[in-house]
Design a protein around this ligand. Structure first.
Ligand SMILES: Cc1ncc(COP(=O)(O)O)c(C=O)c1O
Length: 411
């Protein structure tokens, strides 16, 4: 039995009602519920003004709602308001901010090492390559096995006293594999390394509670959790949030700045976190939408979302295993993965399958899913077909998908 009444939730998503599409491209971006659309519309038409500036009523109400949005989002990951930084765009920008923070605060030095997993999304790989180059540091990669699962059991051999940062993909956007954060943190802390977690595919889908985790940074995207595009979240562990100087400075980041006479003598009094990390006019409208999305997810309960996706995943894996020529990428044990299933069809380019499924009214993603490094390691240079679920997907859709795919493969 599916855990959530997906049919009931479907009614909240106008795009599903308007198009009738079977939307299995949720790892790329999710659809938006009316709750989010209405919250943004209401805010734009009744309360919008810039924040942290004006003293007129609208500006103060807009500021209150913007700050409250941090509070609501913090509840989703058991964090505190001052730890929640809203970033422009999404996870990509949030991870770039971590890279800049480490660089700007002199944490990464010549000869240091950064460890990244073989299943890293390019957004959780390229920023580390970049700051490694700036600082003459080195990036080491945790290899993946034949199923695309990072060999975290090798981490002990990879770390050294030079390891400054370990980057983790919490849930892989290709295999759905969930990395063991507790085990990784234990080893990282033994060598005093910072830990950054790419939560783009975990926070929207499973319970994530930062106060149960020994990590330093967690990044995720608004648009992958029912919210709007244009906003991401970087959670920074509280002590670090107070300690670190912002690499991106500007309006809103300071309490005061003055010239103390003479060159290089600009004295700055930084704002408290999170505001010192949100330079310039922030994504205000998007923050209102993101808070509404977080409220919607909190109302449903993340454990329920996760259980629902597990049910769909098991059903899909069973169906795929019945189709000749289909090879699943990632762990075959459904207990080792979340609601993302990638597969290849023998001797058929993934795009061909994607186009044909599209013609049947089914949305999936094909290609290398911004995880090029892993696909090369697996020898799947053309990538794969990926189906990914959310709370509004129903078991019947999985059955239609299997039926249509079987037909396409046999053609
Ligand atoms: C695991 C993972 N990390 C990072 C990203 C980048 O997210 P965004 O494009 O929202 O910045 C994605 C997007 O697909 C992802 O799946």
């Amino acid at each position: 039995m599916a855990i959530l009444s997906c049919q009931a939730y479907r009614g909240d998503f106008p795009e599903l009602l308007n198009t009738g599409i079977i939307y299995f491209d949720n790892a790329a971006s999710t659809l938006k519920p009316k709750h989010v659309i209405d919250a943004m519309n209401e805010f734009i038409t009744k309360t919008y003004a810039n924040v942290h500036r004006g003293v007129y009523n609208l500006a103060m109400e807009s500021t209150r709602l913007y700050e409250e949005a941090h509070d609501i989002v913090s509840k989703l990951i058991c964090a505190e308001q001052e730890e929640i930084v809203f970033t422009p765009q999404g996870t990509t920008n949030a991870l770039q901010l971590v890279a800049l923070l480490l660089h700007h605060n002199g944490i990464l030095r010549e000869g240091d090492e950064i460890i990244v997993p073989g299943d890293a999304h390019n957004s959780n790989l390229l920023p580390w390559r970049q700051i490694a180059r700036w600082n003459k540091a080195r990036v080491k990669v945790v290899p993946v096995d034949q199923n695309g699962i990072p060999r975290w059991d090798k981490l002990g051999e990879l770390v050294s006293h030079r390891t400054r940062l370990i980057a983790v993909t919490h849930v892989s956007n290709v295999t759905g594999y969930e990395s063991p954060l507790d085990e990784i943190s234990k080893i990282a802390r033994e060598v005093g390394a910072y830990i950054v977690v790419d939560g783009a595919q975990s926070v929207p889908h499973i319970p994530v509670c930062v106060n149960n985790l020994d990590i330093d940074f967690l990044a995720f995207s608004g648009h992958k959790m029912l919210g709007p595009t244009g906003i991401g979240v970087l959670w920074i562990r509280k002590e670090l949030a107070y300690e670190l100087e912002p690499p991106l400075a500007g309006g809103g980041t300071i309490k005061d700045v003055e010239c103390k006479c003479g060159a290089n003598n600009i004295r700055v009094d930084w704002e408290e976190p999170p505001w010192k990390f949100e330079a310039g006019t922030p994504p205000i409208i998007e923050a209102i939408g993101l808070a509404a999305a977080a409220e919607y997810l909190l109302m449903i309960g993340m454990a329920n979302v996760a259980a629902h996706e597990t049910y769909l995943t098991e059903r899909m894996l069973r169906g795929l295993s019945q189709i000749d020529k289909v090879r699943i990428v990632g762990p075959s044990d459904p207990k080792m993965r979340r609601g993302i299933i990638s597969f290849v069809v023998d001797k058929v380019h993934p795009d061909i399958i994607g186009i044909r499924l599209g013609q049947e009214g089914i949305a999936v993603r094909t290609g290398t899913h911004c995880a090029n490094m892993m696909y090369h390691m697996l020898g799947l240079h053309e990538g794969s077909i990926r189906a990914s679920f959310y709370l509004y997907n129903c078991p019947e859709e999985v059955d239609v998908f299997i039926e249509k795919l079987e037909k396409i493969v046999s053609e």
